[in-house]
Every structure is written in C-alpha cells, then in structure tokens.
Ligand binder design. Sequence first.
Ligand code: INI
Length: 156
Amino acid sequence: MSMKVIEGDFRLESCKTAIVVSRWNSFITERLKEGAVEALKRHGISEDDITVVYCPGSFEIPLTARQLLETGSYDGIITLGTVIRGATAHFDYVSSAVTNGVARLNLDYGKPVIFGVLTTDTIEQAIERAGTKAGNKGEEAAMALLEMVSLGSRIR
Ligand code: INI
C-alpha cells in the first residue's frame, strides 16, 4: 500500500474567474489587478473567462463577492483591496470586516474566494507588494486561485 497524496497544480482547462477590485487606494489596487490578470493569462486562462468587478472600498468586498457567488457563474473569486493603517482611523474595523467576510464566503459557498487584500502600516509597504520589491499580491492571489480550483476538482 502506498499513501495517497492529492494536490493541485496550475494547469487548468478553464477557470471562470471574477476579480473583485476595491477602488480605495486605486493606484495600488489597479497594479494588483494587473498582476492577477497577467498571471491568469500566462497560465492559459482566456480573457473571456475573466470578469473584473469594482466596488467602493475593502469593506464592500465580501458582499460584492457573495453576489457574484450567488450567480453560480464562477469557479472562484479573487478579492483585491488595500487597507493602509496610516490612512484610516478605522483600519482595524475595515481590515477585520474584509478578512472575516471573505473567510466566511469560502466555507459558506464551498468555492475558493482568494484573499488578495493588502493590510499594511504604510503606503510604502503597499507599493512594495504591488509589483515592486516584494512581488505582486494580485499575482500570488491568482496562483492561489488556480491551485485551489485544481485541488477542489481532484478532491471531488
Ligand atoms: N477602504 C479601503 O479599502 N482601504 C482603506 O485604506 C480605507 N480607509 O482608509 O478608510 C477604506 N475605507 C473605506 C471602507 O472600505 C468603505 O468603503 C467605507 O467605510 C464605506 O462603507
């Protein structure tokens, strides 16, 4: 007997994807979106299978993602936002609302809802994670989505 190992990869025939992008700090979130779209396309996902949906701020991300999940049209969702501590007195409220909201959707809908929301102390830290020296969180989120969609189909 040999043990069974199940894992996902990044080679999907198709992956119907909605990307929810928060407009707050749009100079960062647009870079995250570009990173996500590029990564999906480089892995063979057609632009026809990608829908970009804008919402006002990170607080609105969970409801927007939920409405998309309810359509049943997507294999998974990527959520992209940027909450900067220095920019808001209610940093902790916004960041915990979006984190908990997105986490819940994964379990409530049984579909991957990837958390690509930056929560940083400074604008510089956000810039570093939006395609400069610390990579691009949007690209990471796209890779996580592909892996989770692949993994889910293999588990099932
Ligand atoms: N939303 C963000 O996505 N990032 C922020 O840094 C931010 N700040 O600084 O306040 C922010 N606030 C807006 C919030 O997400 C809601 O859109 C707003 O409270 C209306 O519900």
